[in-house]
Design a protein around this ligand. Structure first.
Ligand code: WTA
Length: 654
């Protein structure tokens, strides 16, 4: 985006509001006064309350832009906080995770005591293979129980790790292994994906050909099918840990400094090389546990389900570390939402009486496309809170989620954050905040978020601009691994000493934030800068539409013209009439300027692996293809091409 670009025009007008239900408010973890606490007071207190320290911290934080340190002088261990201390305090028999395999008949209730035994044995196995404090470990797995066990075992030993999402290719895996200099790779024979077996070990083999630093490959046996094992390099987990002790005293938790590296998580950028986002120990754990406690309103009896993949930051922070640190029971489901059919999620919620569900807008829209009849067959009355993350949520998807999943009574928390932020930064607090569908509402207590114009001035209410964060926060990234220049350039060069997010946003007159997507996605129509999410939400507002993605293509008259890709609900069919109906609907909702010049119906939108719509790809298609004025059905080969190209892409688009 050029430096002298116009401001981003904010056109969307969403007027519905949902104050907190009084009974929810009365029992909420976050009570009035939380926003008034001082920055230092708040984090000093949470730092002591959420985490058990071997050695207490003696300084809250240090800020030498662009580098922050938190809880200086403190020593702790993440695995001790997530597992051992709960067993010690008598919670050993409490369920840590209900694990459910993709095949319908595989279930396991893993207590904190079970988890401790599994982690200790696994860590003893890693020790046997020479892993110790500081040894870089790679983890490339599906959502089997050995994945969280492996991560916790690394944390126990003080071995920094990087988890590579099991959907990534051998190339993507190898790039990450090389960047971190990984010595030991943990993988599994095969993983399940929609009834098919994904050859994770075979991908690992291909990656290791290109990654000479990996000396040992540890393989978890998920399927048991014969696979290639290279003598001297590859070993099965069950063989390594056989006969090893599961007594915690046989493998004590390594005391770590607050600022010791916990993990790297790679996120892609404009250039091909992914960025290794650095997360450390103390501030990260306090940050995720604190936000989890107040935002998800977890109780000792909660059954909390974050339905993300552990391979993404959402899974690291809010499936694994925060809920375990808070001693909360979680659900881990290995498979896709429609295996063996579209009821699977609702069965899981009914079976475990899940009270908190956290997922992504893309999944909600997928359920919308299938229709509400599947959810309606199940008892979802245990749910008392819903959350979303990953993309701006279209107001209609928000309403659908609250109506059909939350049965018209649960709050919905739209949580904004990033791999880089480590923890949620903009979010409602469900007992305090009046919700607005489509808005992530307020910065979390002490978080100093603002919307800037090009010159670094705050824009007035209602006007779009660039989202920034002006004060450090405990779980913030500590840099890009081995690349300080890129760290400075990407996040800290636009404005001095202010974190540049890369998202567009506006703040309304009540101080609520509306996220407008990545700034590269903004369109420029007749000198109006229009965000894709507003047009998409206007389309999704129409009863026929389940999902929509829009992008700009060049146009001789208007600079750019809007092209919309639309997926209809199962109940509707594409037609020429619907084209003009949808155009009129957008004109009516946000104005003629935003009416799409072309609409393409498509059964599927191209998405990144984590479910974000890939507008960059749509732009390419829109630019290189003449789309007639009344284009109706997408050429199926185009959609095929979109899809096949989409799966080679990864991460978010920036
Ligand atoms: C987008 C995921 C609007 C945003 C935790 C951000 C959102 C990027 C929201 C980070 C939300 C995430 N509303 N947009 N509630 N949550 N985003 O690193 O563009 O996979 O910059 O982290 O997702 O994606 P990441």
């Amino acid at each position: 985006m050029s430096v002298d670009a116009n401001r981003i025009d904010a056109l969307q007008a969403e007027g519905r509001t949902f104050p907190p239900p009084p009974d929810f408010a009365a029992q909420a973890n976050a009570q009035a006064g939380i926003y008034e606490k001082g920055f230092e007071e708040f984090w000093e207190e949470e730092g002591r309350r959420r985490v058990t320290w071997y050695k207490p911290f003696d300084k809250l934080y240090e800020w030498n832009p662009p580098y922050a340190k938190w809880y200086l002088g403190g020593q702790l261990n993440v695995c001790y906080n997530c597992v051992d201390r709960h067993v010690e305090s008598g919670l050993g028999e409490k369920v840590a995770f209900y694990w459910e395999g993709e095949p319908d008949d595989e279930r396991r209730a893993v207590t904190f005591a079970d988890l401790q035994r599994d982690v200790v044995r696994f860590a003893n196995g890693l020790k046997k293979l020479g892993v110790k404090k500081g040894t870089p470990v790679g983890i490339y797995m599906g959502m089997c129980m050995d994945l969280p066990v492996a991560m916790l075992a690394c944390a126990r030993l003080g071995a920094p790790f990087t988890v590579v999402f099991g959907g990534f290719s051998a190339d993507a895996l190898s790039g990450r292994l090389n960047d971190m200099g990984v010595e030991v790779l943990i993988t599994q024979d095969e993983g399940w994906r929609k009834g098919n077996k994904v050859p994770l070990k075979a991908h690992s083999d291909a990656a290791m050909e290109m990654s000479p630093t990996v000396r040992t490959c540890l393989v978890s046996r998920r399927m048991g099918d014969p696979i290639n094992m290279r003598e001297g390099r590859d070993v099965y987990v069950d063989e390594v840990i056989q006969g090893l002790s599961d007594d915690p005293s046989s493998c004590p938790c390594e005391p770590m400094d607050s600022e010791d590296l916990l993990y790297l998580l790679y996120t892609s950028g404009t250039t091909a090389k992914p960025k290794g986002i650095v997360h450390t120990t103390g501030g990260y754990l306090v940050g995720v546990a604190t936000t989890h406690y107040y935002i998800f309103d977890v109780k000792p009896e909660s059954v909390y389900w974050c339905a993300a993949d552990i391979g993404w930051v959402t899974g690291h922070s809010y499936i694994l570390f925060a809920p375990l640190c808070n001693g909360v029971t979680g659900v881990i489901y290995e498979g896709v939402p429609n295996h063996p059919n579209e009821e699977r999620w609702w069965e899981i919620i009914e079976r475990y009486k899940v009270d908190i569900l956290y997922t992504a807008p893309t999944t909600i829209r997928t359920h919308m496309k299938w229709g509400p009849q599947y959810a309606q067959k199940h008892d979802l009355s245990s749910l008392r809170l819903l959350g979303t993350v990953g993309e701006p949520i279209n107001p209609e998807a928000w309403i659908w989620y609250r109506e059909h999943v939350g049965l018209g009574r649960t709050p919905v928390v739209d949580t904004w954050w990033q791999t880089e932020t480590g923890m949620i930064l903009i979010t409602p607090l469900p007992g305090l905040t009046t919700l607005k569908p489509g808005s992530a509402t307020k910065p979390f207590p002490t978080v100093d978020a603002a919307v800037y114009d090009e010159r670094g001035h705050e824009v007035p209410p209602g006007q779009g601009g660039y989202l920034v964060v002006r004060k450090p926060w405990p779980a913030m990234l500590r840099g890009i691994y081995n690349d300080p220049d890129r760290y400075q350039e990407t996040y800290w060069s636009r404005y001095k000493d202010v974190y540049f997010v890369g998202d567009g946003a506006r703040k309304d007159a009540d101080g609520d934030f509306w996220l407008m997507g990545r700034i590269d996605d903004v369109m420029n129509i007749s000198a109006h800068r229009i965000s894709t999410i507003e047009v998409e939400s206007a389309l999704v507002d129409h009863p026929a539409v389940a999902e929509a993605a829009v992008c700009g293509r060049s146009d001789p008259q208007t600079g750019q013209a809007i092209v919309a890709y639309v997926t209809l609900k199962a109940t509707h069919q594409p037609s020429v009439e619907l084209l003009s109906v949808l155009r009129d609907h957008v004109s009516m909702k946000i104005g003629k300027i935003a009416a799409p010049a072309n609409i393409v119906f498509t059964p599927e939108l191209p998405k990144t692996r984590s479910g974000k719509i890939m507008r960059r790809l749509l732009r390419d298609v829109a630019e290189h293809r003449t789309l007639g004025d009344t284009t109706t059905l997408a050429d199926p080969t185009v959609v095929e091409e979109l899809r096949s190209r989409a799966v080679t892409e990864e991460g978010k688009e920036q």
